[in-house]
Design a protein around this ligand. Structure first.
Ligand code: FAD
Length: 377
């Protein structure tokens, strides 16, 4: 067994951490308050090669492993979740399906711009009446005169409506009991994107409702063999869970960092509150759980990198880090007292950004269902 990170992984952590602290941190509060998409930061992330970390270099990515990708997402989330989810959704949900299931022609058409971060991509599975029960989607695509004619709608789709979004891969019924994924280019006639949705957290990230009305997409935009949509999105979600779990660790670490610094500085009863055992125990619990969560995330990523089954490990990491980050932001805000409830204190943003980690890419209950299935139940 070896717990050492490679030199490349350590270097990536330092690079992303420095970027997060020097470039993201000064803007995070303003972007959140104004609910403004971080175009300037996405452009810089693209220059650093961070918009396609696990995509091979031949397609414009960085060609790094999943552990490296998880580390990068963790370090971004430590400072700001909106920027982190923009990168994670673009990479795991937007770009990865095309890399994993696309034909060589589709990869050549889409990946160089997406993996290099010149354009963004989204993945549309959720519908207004189909969330956890993803198999119950109603969006239909009918093959007519060389086009897939799409009718239906999608809900809560990350990155779908930015000025630089190039496409959304949607899951649609292409026949009775037959599900397929189709790449829909933005600005296709009949494809309408709602204004940005207003949210409790992840406020600088882009979330949209999508409507398809007789939207004709070229037949060649079908992803992989017809009817493989269900298997494809299950695989995509397994991988995506590693990055959301990395967000849980990063968010918990960020909340811990803030609590530790505040506890050392804040004086009550004539001494720093960090000298009270109750505060020390809260910090000790946080530090311990963060370490445990990080090991779960890296293990899931490590399994994926070795081509081993990782679905159970990813669901466990996602569930545990969702719960862990919930406890961490709560404890950290408590340590901040009334100041933590004020917008000027970053912990209030981290607190709001946390809850979605227990909902997106499968709720806690869905993770438990996945885990139970792996247990043979
Ligand atoms: C900010 C944001 C960004 C998102 N980005 C994307 C995206 O990019 N692409 C995309 O496709 N989707 C996206 N989603 C959708 C997200 O994945 C869903 O919200 C999530 O899967 C839950 O679905 P739902 O909201 O319909 O809740 P529901 O499925 O309606 O669940 C409601 C509650 O019932 C519980 N529940 C449901 N079924 C069961 C059961 N069998 N047993 C026990 N409890 C159950 C759930 O756990 C939950 O607590 C995003 C959502 C948000 C809020």
């Amino acid at each position: 067994m070896n717990f050492d990170l490679t030199d490349e992984q350590e270097l990536l952590r330092r690079t992303v951490s420095e970027f997060a602290v020097t470039r993201v941190l000064p803007l995070a509060e303003e972007l959140d308050r104004e609910q403004r998409f971080p175009y300037e930061l996405v452009a810089e992330l693209a220059e650093l090669g961070l918009m396609g970390i696990p995509i091979p270099e031949e397609y414009g990515g960085a060609g790094a492993d999943t552990v490296s990708y998880a580390i990068a997402i963790e370090e971004l989330t430590r400072i700001d979740s909106s920027v982190a989810i923009t990168v994670a959704a673009h990479t795991s949900l937007g770009t990865m399906p095309i890399y994993l299931f696309g034909t060589e022609e589709q990869k050549q058409e889409w990946l160089p711009r997406l993996a290099s971060g010149q354009g963004l991509a989204a993945f549309g599975l959720t519908e207004p009446s189909s969330g956890s029960d993803a198999a119950a989607i109603r969006t239909r695509a009918e093959l007519k005169d060389g086009s897939w004619v799409v009718n239906g709608s999608k809900m809560f789709i990350t990155n779908a409506g930015t000025d630089i979004t190039e496409c959304v891969t949607i899951t649609a019924l292409t026949g009775e009991g037959e599900t397929s994924n189709i790449i829909v280019p933005n600005r296709t006639p009949g494809y309408e994107i709602s204004p940005p949705m207003h949210k409790l957290g992840w406020r600088a990230s882009d979330t949209r409702e999508l409507a398809f009305k007789d939207c004709a997409v070229p037949e060649r935009n079908l992803l992989g063999p017809r009817g493989q949509g269900f298997h494809q999105f299950m695989e995509i979600l397994d991988g995506g869970r590693i990055s959301v779990a990395a967000m849980g660790v990063g968010l918990a670490q960020g909340a811990y960092d803030l609590a530790l610094a505040y506890a050392k500085e804040r004086q009550q009863f004539g001494r720093p509150i960090a000298t009270f055992q109750a505060i020390q125990f809260a910090l000790a619990d946080m530090a311990t759980e963060i370490d445990a969560g990080r090991q779960l995330v890296y293990r899931a990523a490590w399994l994926k990198d070795r081509g081993k089954p990782f679905g159970l490990a990813a669901a466990q990491a996602k569930l545990y880090t969702g719960l862990l980050s919930n406890r961490a932001v709560n404890a950290s805000l408590q340590i901040h007292g009334g100041y933590g409830f004020m917008d000027e204190f970053p912990i209030s943003r981290l607190y709001r950004d946390q809850k979605i980690l227990e909902i997106g890419e499968g709720t806690n209950e869905v993770q438990r269902m996945v885990i139970a299935k792996h247990l043979g139940l």
